[in-house]
Design a protein around this ligand. Structure first.
Ligand code: CTP
Length: 413
């Protein structure tokens, strides 16, 4: 993990919603990254989590009452609101967003939010009708215009039994948003990858069987997209060639959407030359050897059709073995379900890439489609084992390794 959260002071405001329980995991993760966390619990929040849990995990006093702070022996509310690098509201309920938008200051949490001169990140969580209600959307627009940062909400199943937008972002996503907030500020003015052209592939490919059917795999594209985002934030000129995913286009990235492996290869070749190529896509190894322009019909009594597969081009190997204009650094991924390191080392040699990022994608790892990843970076320099991290943090760490690779070597004076 990057050091960007080390010694950062986070003031965590916990609102009153069922998602408040996720604040407990967030505290633990923030502290794992070296940040200090001080908690403020609203009266409604205390219906869902206790000061004892928050205090135990944060290792600090938990603040609940505005009038406690009038005592001169304790920290005042102005000081409490400013003695932090970032205020994070988890969960930001419809009520809290409305109060923030109106500038109300009737309790400790809202007083701190209006008294602070520090940036504020909110993670909304509420029922789908509450989130989509015109009043909430008006408040969100106002808060965005006021410079409040948002993470989520996501679409999903809700505790109330409904489905839709309003589910709070997961702790890993909130952590990544906090990380991104500090990284952006860290690089403002002097981004380490400025002037570097980087090609990233991401997502699965879809190989058509006929106009309505295709072969695909379980890749979500989350890791490749996160890498493109992290590189762009560090100033790189990024082209992201992506197969079909449900993800939104990352900010500041040149996105080329493709479907098949052959389209992906063509888009990659068009994006070269580049300083770095990172092949994170789960390219289908085979396509169907068929040219069906019409839907294959299930005729009564006809035999079940059999599919003949032919091999797709290997994009990583093609780029790695380019005779002319090969990127200075080519990075592959090795998604394995067993003997992860052994297969990755062999794959690096076979494909000819410089670095390979090996990961376990067995069903029990939860990596495919999930938010976390455990990877090993294998290069000429040996093998680095990274801990279990959110995919955004893996991306951040890889981007930093690339920046360090291109840093001019310091000469001894
Ligand atoms: N890759 C590629 N083009 C392909 C297949 C794979 O660019 N046609 C890239 C992937 O983006 C990844 C690396 O090669 O960086 C390894 O992909 P992986 O699916 O793990 O390996 P395969 O080559 O498919 O080998 P195997 O299926 O035997 O594990």
């Amino acid at each position: 993990m990057s050091d960007v959260l080390k010694n950062r002071r986070i003031l965590l405001i916990i609102g009153g919603g069922i998602a408040a329980y996720k604040s407990l995991e967030l505290i633990r993760r923030l502290r794992d990254q070296g940040a200090s966390v001080r908690c403020v619990l609203t009266q409604a929040g205390a219906e869902f989590v206790t000061p004892l849990s928050l205090g135990t995990l944060s290792g600090d006093k938990v603040y609940t009452d505005l009038f406690d702070l009038t005592d001169t022996a304790t920290i005042g509310h102005i000081e409490l609101s400013r003695d932090a690098d970032l205020l994070v509201v988890v969960p930001a309920t419809a009520d809290l967003l409305a109060k923030m938008s109106a500038g109300l200051a009737g309790d400790l949490a809202t007083t701190l939010l209006i008294a602070t001169d520090k940036p504020v990140l909110v993670a909304p969580a509420m029922n789908v009708c509450m989130w989509t209600h015109r009043a909430t959307q008006r408040n969100v627009e106002q808060l965005m215009a006021d410079g409040i940062h948002f993470v989520g909400p996501n679409d999903g199943d809700m505790a109330c039994g409904e489905f839709g937008p309003g589910r709070m972002a997961e702790p890993a996503e909130i952590l990544a948003a906090i990380d991104a907030h500090f990284s952006e500020n860290e690089f403002s003015g002097n981004p380490p990858l400025k002037g570097r052209r980087i090609l990233v592939t991401s997502g699965p490919t879809h190989e058509p069987i006929d106009p309505v059917r295709y072969l695909a795999n379980r890749s979500s594209g989350k890791q490749g997209h996160a890498i493109a985002t992290a590189l762009a934030r560090m100033g790189a000129d990024v082209t992201l060639v992506s197969g079909p995913t449900n993800l939104t286009a990352p900010a500041g990235v040149n996105l080329k959407r493709v479907e098949t492996a052959r389209e992906m290869l063509a888009a990659c070749e068009a994006a070269l030359p580049a300083d770095v190529a990172i092949c994170a896509a789960a390219v289908a190894d085979w396509r169907v050897d068929i040219d069906a322009t019409q839907k294959i019909k299930k005729e009564a009594g006809a035999a079940t059709p059999s599919l003949t597969l032919v091999e797709n081009p290997d994009i990583l190997a093609t780029i790695s073995k380019m005779k002319k204009g090969r990127p200075a650094l080519v990075i592959g991924f090795a998604a394995e379900t067993e003997k992860v390191i052994e297969h990755a080392v062999a794959k690096r040699a076979r494909k000819g890439c410089d670095w390979i990022v090996a990961n376990d994608v067995s069903p029990e790892s939860g990596v495919m489609g999930g938010d976390l990843n455990t990877v090993h970076l294998i290069s000429d320099g040996g093998q680095e084992d990274w801990p279990l991290l959110p995919k955004q943090a893996v991306a951040e760490r890889l981007a930093r390794a690339i920046a360090a690779h291109f840093e001019p070597k310091k000469t001894k004076s």
